[in-house]
Design a protein around this ligand. Structure first.
Ligand code: GLN
Length: 445
């Protein structure tokens, strides 16, 4: 009955705090209790968890926080949801996000505004803001999010929890509602690196249903946790763009690095010469892929269908009414970038820059085992602060976006507070070196 007790405690917490926090879009108490009663025995024996609402769950409403999927009930579950269930985890509910994961604050959700648990006037970050807030508020010990340009690491930093974006291909994307398929990756929010290692053990592995799923050996992510950092080389990026970087936040990250140095790590300088182009590159590639992925929402097969007099009118009305402003902005940018007259000038050049950025990291990791930098330039900011300024909003992702372009793993580790708001540092490593990231994080904790 432990599973049942934990699930009840988690549901109590939802009732107590979520009317104010608004981290959840869907919580079905009866089915959660039902799942707890039937929980399988496994690695996660009865542990309650939440899923970002762009991860499909059979029979449980999955909206991607969009009107266009407001009443969508998937006929199948994402591979990660099946794996967590098989490991004995108990799904409590589905968490809020920016619409189709497009955003950095969870404000573009069509349904509600999730608050930062540390300050109700501030955003929780995004796009996986609901999952980050749910873990930070103690409702669930872990939750999954997705990270296309920072959507796990940034809200983890804003909410003071641990968040890991695995290597591209490490975790199956089958059943993840696609935003930008070459960048999207599912990963965990937890309180500690050790918990993240346990969740990773449950969700990783090759999946024949995802053609980009990596064929790598399953590994035990807890294996290296206690190895410490003696002799480990930490790369510090000397030409990191520092415009808009909060001084106290930078100090907190520098102190974290000193603490790891004190534990025996060695600090080396590395260069990432193309960092300054990452945001521009991302905002061509991500919208291009999004415009293609979102073409399926036409009102015909699933999702919202508008009343209309002709077929073309039905497509138009369904999409005009179903998508929010930010999603429309991305579809327009992406369609433009892919159009025949501009393809070479924008999309092709962005792909070329993506290769240079990936090569920057390959070279840097010849000199170090991990790279550490701030996760975000600032702490969580007030609601509405950047909502009318897309460029300022996009620049918030300056430190997280490169990892997605390069396909490498990265985590955000809590390292204190500035003016009462959490700060995180980011640990990056070469492809499939998640265990090194977890080891460094655990040594710091
Ligand atoms: N904030 C970035 C964007 O708006 C990244 C979002 C994400 O990682 N899903 O695209």
């Amino acid at each position: 009955t432990t599973a049942l007790d934990w699930t009840k405690a988690s549901l109590d917490a939802v009732r107590q705090v979520d009317s104010e926090l608004e981290a959840f879009l869907t919580v079905d108490e009866d089915s959660a209790l039902d799942r707890a009663a039937k929980a399988e025995t496994g690695l996660l024996n009865g542990v309650p968890y939440a899923l970002k609402d762009n991860i499909c769950t059979e029979g449980v409403r999955t909206t991607a926080a969009s009107r266009i999927l407001e009443n969508y009930i998937p006929p199948y579950s994402a591979t990660v949801a099946n794996k967590l269930q098989a490991a004995g985890g108990v799904l409590i509910g589905k968490t809020n996000l920016d619409e189709f994961a497009m955003g950095s604050t969870t404000e573009t959700s069509a349904f509600k505004k999730t608050k930062n648990p540390y300050s109700k006037g501030c955003v929780p970050g995004g796009s996986s803001g609901g999952s980050a807030a749910a873990v930070a508020a103690g409702i669930v010990p872990f939750a999954l999010g997705s990270d296309t340009g920072g959507s796990i690491r940034q809200p983890a930093a804003f909410c003071g929890v641990f968040g890991l974006k695995p290597t591209y291909g490490r975790v199956s994307r089958y059943g993840l509602i696609a935003f930008a398929s070459s960048l999207d990756q599912i990963g965990p929010f937890t309180n500690t690196a050790q918990d993240a290692a346990l969740v990773m053990n449950a969700i990783c592995g090759h999946d024949a249903y995802d053609s980009t799923s990596a064929k790598v050996e399953a590994e035990d992510f807890t294996r290296d946790l206690d190895l410490g950092v003696k002799g480990l080389r930490i790369g510090i990026v000397r030409n990191l763009p520092e415009e808009g970087l909060n001084k106290a936040l930078k100090q907190a990250v520098d102190e974290a690095i000193r603490k790891l140095e004190g534990a025996g790590a060695q600090v080396v300088d590395v260069e990432l010469p193309h960092s300054q182009y990452a945001v521009a590159t991302y905002y061509l590639i991500a919208p291009a892929e999004a415009s293609s992925n979102l073409s399926r929402y036409d009102g015909v097969r699933f999702g919202r269908r508008a009343e209309a007099s002709s077929m073309i009118d039905m497509f138009e009305q369904s999409r005009s009414q179903g998508f929010g402003m930010e999603v429309k902005r991305r579809i327009i940018i992406g369609t433009y970038a892919l159009s025949s007259g501009y393809y070479d000038a924008y999309y092709k050049r962005a792909q070329q820059m993506r290769t240079l950025i990936r090569q920057d990291y390959e070279k840097a990791f010849e000199q170090c085992d991990v790279i550490i930098m701030p996760t975000t330039p600032t702490t969580a900011f007030p609601f509405g602060d950047k909502a009318d300024d897309p460029l300022a909003m996009y620049l918030n992702d300056i430190y997280t976006i490169p990892a997605n372009l390069a396909g490498i793993p990265g985590a955000s580790v809590p390292c204190g507070f500035v003016d009462g708001l959490p700060v995180g540092f980011q640990v990056l490593a070469k492809p499939f070196a998640e265990s090194t990231i977890l080891r460094v994080s655990h040594a710091y904790e």
